[in-house]
Design a protein around this ligand. Structure first.
Ligand code: AMP
Length: 355
């Protein structure tokens, strides 16, 4: 594909805050943006030039929409693989493609793929019945996390388990869904690699943010991570291997647990721009949203030079009201335009300079 000229149309599957921020960056580079999502009133559609309301599984509607776009991307990893594959079969350019969706949608496939790429993860076992839990939990030293293979996010769809717990009850709490049991990792911190890979196969990593979670939800990311440069380099190398193996085009996030001795265990990856990269537009020469748009448009990647130390604080639920309507001395505020601030729901974020 030749690089897209300004005025070309970028289609985004998904209408949440990531789509909204991607649409803003695409507009800044002179592109038109069309959103496809099932909700009539979604955050991304309110800043895009065009919006098609359709189910992701409505193959005819999605293809009809995609035919009006010069390239199609996605802002969430649960786009049905069959939908992405249908578009590709009909010669629509979909970046980052269908393979990244297929692998990242299933935690067993994801960890297996990471291991095949030479990237270590926590030990894990596939779980379909409660009887299958006792043996691996013993092997893992008596502490583990049971997670649904699919559709979990922000700590949802997972329970912590100790040897001897009521395994049947734990699996019931997950709706008896096909699951994965992971060894509990005694990590000293969590970091992520935000990597961008261009259509030419060139890749570039941002400085790694250190990420703090509460109840499985990201609360704060801070750069620099204060890890040894050698540990950061190893994490970037792993992300590079993953992006190359997927022949990935766009921005991808690979999350790691860092052990006391500097060993890294990958937790999961997201085939999209990522919450832990939300500080990049304010702190770096090229933010992750612009970078993703550059990559999928076939443009060269921008420099990721970081100008200053930064922290990104997620604003959940009603927390946005403490920051909206007040003077902007406390950092750069981004609100997502969501109508209903439910507890724990990501409503916005604040980026602060930390020099
Ligand atoms: P996830 O949904 O896999 O991203 O998990 C959400 C959060 O739960 C992670 O960011 C960790 O803080 C914690 N967590 C998940 N898996 C493990 C694990 N195997 N060992 C220790 N903590 C974990």
């Amino acid at each position: 594909m030749t690089p897209l000229s300004p005025g070309s149309r970028i289609g985004i599957l998904g209408g949440g805050q990531l789509g909204r921020m991607l649409a803003g960056s695409a507009a800044q580079l002179g592109f038109d943006v069309s959103i496809l999502c099932p909700e009539a009133d979604c955050p991304a559609a309110r800043v895009a030039m065009d919006h098609r309301v359709a189910a992701y599984t409505d193959l005819d509607a999605v293809l009809d929409w995609a035919r009006g776009c010069d390239v199609v991307t996605y802002e969430f990893e649960n786009v049905p693989v069959t939908t992405a594959a249908h578009l590709i079969d009909h010669e629509i350019i979909v970046r980052p493609g269908a393979a990244a969706l297929e692998v990242s949608q299933d935690r067993v496939a994801e960890k297996t793929f990471l291991n095949q790429c030479g990237i270590d993860t926590a030990r894990f076992a596939e779980i379909n019945t409660a009887e299958e839990i006792a043996a691996p939990i013993e092997r893992f030293g008596g502490a583990a996390i049971l997670k649904t293979r699919r559709d979990g996010y922000d700590g949802k769809g997972q329970v912590r388990l100790a040897a001897g717990d009521d395994y049947a009850e734990a699996l019931r709490a997950l709706g008896n869904a096909p699951s994965i049991l992971e060894a509990m990792v005694p990590f000293s911190c969590e970091v992520s690699v935000i990597i961008a890979r261009s259509a030419e196969g060139e890749s570039i990593c941002y400085d790694l943010p250190r990420n703090d979670h509460t109840n499985g939800i990201l609360r704060r990311s801070v750069v620099p991570s204060q890890l040894d440069a050698e540990v950061e380099a190893r994490a970037c190398e792993a992300a590079r291997k993953l992006a190359d193996a997927l022949d990935y085009v766009g921005v991808l996030a690979l999350e790691f647990f860092v052990l006391e001795n500097g060993d890294l265990l990958a937790n999961e990856f997201a085939p999209r721009v990522h919450n832990s990269g939300h500080w990049t537009p304010e702190a770096c020469a090229t933010g992750q949203f612009e970078q993703h748009i550059r990559a999928i448009a076939g443009w060269p990647l921008g420099p990721v030079t970081r100008y200053h130390k930064a922290e990104m604080l997620n604003l959940l639920g009603d927390e946005i009201f403490a920051h909206s309507g007040v003077s902007a001395t406390d950092g750069v505020l981004t609100l997502y335009g969501k109508r209903h601030p439910k507890p724990g729901r990501k409503m916005g974020h604040l980026v602060r300079r930390l020099d």
